[in-house]
Design a protein around this ligand. Structure first.
Ligand SMILES: Cc1cc2nc3c(=O)[nH]c(=O)nc-3n(C[C@H](O)[C@H](O)[C@H](O)COP(=O)(O)O)c2cc1C
Length: 310
């Protein structure tokens, strides 16, 4: 059995998406929430706080993610999440966007392993639930992962998820499982691979490079493109007809719940974002996505959806 972790994808895997993905497809070991960003004198966004409320995440195993480097706030937010019932938190050392890394958050911290070391020494004894980390291979160079693993080895972490790119790469180029593999035996903490697993062939290729079939991996965009992927990796096969029906029900449920939650003027944009990856479930993806993008109002949108599902 391969345990599949659903990666955090800000703007895509919100509470509605997670809950409905679990309802219609299942197969996910744990969902990771997009980050809650904290810094002194600036409260986290209400939308992010609400997204993490247990009432909005029923029936799924959810790990909240924190982004920031203020020790007191880290401890405070972890405590709050623990009070809400969460049993672990994840620290984001991966976000590559300039507005994040330039402030020394996310992947910005990868440039200062000694600060990560100090923070971990302070955080871990002061929180009561396990901490995991999500990071990249490095900021500028993939070799940085060696020093990072040495630092992480000083601490007891629940697991370390490595998106096998550098921060500088953003999402460009391909992920490098080879570099992930090079530190596998050096890490005292469990390492989990993440990056570019979009189908079974990608998983098989990864297994070949690692020399074994990893029993736990994190997948993001591959699951947005094919919400059945976790089950398919575990050998479950679906008839095309069943797939189409389930995708339709999922889509309609998503639309219904965004209609309930969002202001009317925001729904079209939100559904167009959803189709950026959902369109991969149909033949001629670029054409399908273009159709959706061209819809100027919800009536046109519904017409296009009807046309696509046939
Ligand atoms: C639109 C978008 C939003 C993301 N948001 C987050 C986030 O909030 N926290 C995080 O740790 N990673 C975030 N990521 C990175 C993904 O979790 C994942 O590491 C990355 O997409 C590589 O995995 P994949 O190839 O399976 O998608 C985001 C990625 C994308 C494309």
């Amino acid at each position: 059995m391969i345990k599949v972790l659903f990666a955090p994808l800000q703007g895509y895997t919100d509470a509605i998406y997670r809950r409905l993905h679990n309802k219609h497809f299942g197969g996910i070991n744990k969902y990771y929430a997009p980050y809650l960003r904290f810094e002194p004198n600036k409260d986290p966004k209400n939308s992010v706080i609400n997204d993490l409320l247990p009432d909005n995440n029923k029936k799924i195993d959810l790990i909240p993610q924190l982004l920031g480097k203020d020790l007191g706030l880290f401890i405070k937010h972890t405590k709050k999440l623990q009070e809400q019932g969460y049993t672990s938190v994840n620290w984001n050392l991966a976000c590559p966007y300039p507005m994040v890394y330039k402030r020394g958050f996310g992947s910005g911290l990868l440039k200062s392993p000694e600060i990560i070391n100090e923070l971990l020494s302070e955080i871990i004894p002061n929180i009561e639930i396990p901490l995991s980390i999500k990071c990249r291979l490095g900021f500028d160079s993939k070799n940085e992962i060696n020093e990072l693993i040495n630092i992480f080895n000083n601490h007891e972490l629940q697991e370390i998820i490595i998106h096998a790119r550098t921060a500088k790469q953003m999402y460009k180029g391909s992920a490098s499982p080879k570099y992930f593999n090079s530190v596998l035996s050096k890490s005292k903490n469990k390492l989990i691979y993440n990056g570019d697993i979009n189908n079974i062939a990608d998983y098989d290729k990864l297994s070949e490079i690692l020399g074994h079939k990893p029993n736990k991996i994190m997948i993001g965009r591959g699951l947005l493109q094919n919400p059945f992927l976790a089950n398919e990796l575990n050998g479950i096969q679906y008839e095309a007809e069943h797939k189409l029906k389930t995708l339709r029900e999922f889509h309609d449920d998503i639309l219904y719940h965004y209609n309930e939650k969002l202001e009317k003027s925001h729904i079209l944009k939100k559904m167009q974002t959803f189709w950026e990856y959902f369109s991969y479930n149909f033949e001629n993806q670029p054409k399908v996505y273009k159709k959706i993008k061209k819809a100027v109002n919800m009536q046109k949108y519904e017409e296009k959806v009807l046309e696509i599902f046939g």
